[in-house]
Design a protein around this ligand. Sequence first.
Ligand SMILES: Cc1cc2nc3c(=O)[nH]c(=O)nc-3n(C[C@H](O)[C@H](O)[C@H](O)COP(=O)(O)OP(=O)(O)OC[C@H]3O[C@@H](n4cnc5c(N)ncnc54)[C@H](O)[C@@H]3O)c2cc1C
Length: 438
Amino acid sequence: MKKEKIAISWFRRDLRLLDNAGLYHALKSGFSVLPLFIFDRAILDQLENKEDKRVTFIYQAVADLKKQLKELDSDMEVQYGFPVDIWKSLLEKYDIAEVYTNHDYETYAKDRDDEIASLLKKSGVEFKTFKDQVIFEKQEILTGQDTVYTVFTPYSKAWKAKLNDFYLSSYPTKKYFSKFYKTKTTNIPTFKEMGFIETDHDFPSEKVRSALIENYEETRNYPALPGTSRIGIHLRFGTVSIRDLARKALEKSDTWLNELIWRDFYHQILWNFPQVGQGKAFRADYDKIRWRNNEKEFKLWCEGKTGYPLVDAGMHELNETGFMHNRVRMVTASFLSKHLLIDWRWGEAYFAEKLLDYDLAANNGGWQWAAGSGNDAAPYFRIFNPTAQAEKFDSKGEYIKKWVPELNSLNYPAPIVDHKFARERCLKAYKEALNKDK
Ligand SMILES: Cc1cc2nc3c(=O)[nH]c(=O)nc-3n(C[C@H](O)[C@H](O)[C@H](O)COP(=O)(O)OP(=O)(O)OC[C@H]3O[C@@H](n4cnc5c(N)ncnc54)[C@H](O)[C@@H]3O)c2cc1C
């Protein structure tokens, strides 16, 4: 029997049916649309922790999508393996007319997509890709001289000036749900088949309370308060739409909107300067810094045993929950790179392993900001004093008490390094590398 010609909508960082650009265009293609998700071995094999909570998050999101599609008499095809192999087998299994997907700005993903596009092309199948996970991408926001912005404030001004309803409106996918390919539900590969163990974790809700956004300006800097949205993991895997969030932000809080713009900003930095995601400092001079890279001290930092309560509280929060408050991310990152003079890439990799909301563009941006090597970074001579930061942002010590209950016991370590000494040592090392005499 002749197979039906179909379009495939390949889901990756966009695990939702509503307001999904690639899916919308697929549903409008005229072909029946089969959704696809690949548990990509090239990514999963890199994860050392086989109880990685992010795998559970994705698994649950995919299971939920399958449930929604079942109600529409359709299904999501879920495969485990290397994308090229999977696509070769899909080309045999189905008569594929077109493939739709959303842009992914990371180097691995770009290479993967190029490879898949050329594989499909050999079979006469067009690979159509769309912007979905950011409001503005690649080179949509340029300076008057047509160059890419590398400083946030002018970028955000230009971003806001360009914004209009067109960029904020949702893709009305629901109207076209009848276009899903009619098929029976198939199984998802099991955790065991993929070499992982399902974890029991309460993930943050994808709903952001209006009151939280309204109070964000006042509460966002205090790690003891539930003052930030915790929406990061949903943005990472696309279980929420950036357009929905940006509309809310626009209505309720310019400060929160700015955070979403930071996210776009770092994505366009990664796209336009891909070397930052490949281990290079944005400012090349910073790669001349002679890092101390003391492994014992790195271990103490990872374990939250530096003797600086705010740093230790942050690392404990990260290790136990997969989240760390932004203020504390800045302090712990600065402490590692400046106080301990440990290469920021070590910290970047540690955060990448632990953060539920890990995102290469934002994590790299955050680390290079803290180390000073980033495009719009903290100047090299600004060295956070972790004690003063704690006094300012956790004045009652509530956050610290929660995450470092051993603080007042004999078990709590003495500071790993004296602040003043570390500050001088850092300035010396940075000045030498950067040829500064200030
Ligand atoms: C060293 C370091 C590493 C970081 N690593 C990551 C990371 O891996 N993934 C990540 O999403 N953010 C990262 N950030 C940025 C920021 O800390 C987190 O986005 C934020 O703490 C997440 O909490 P939330 O979801 O409650 O955010 P909210 O404060 O409620 O902000 C809403 C959303 O805006 C975006 N956002 C906020 N601040 C930033 C920022 N500075 N840069 C880019 N996007 C931002 C995020 O998507 C966030 O979820 C890092 C920051 C630093 C200093």
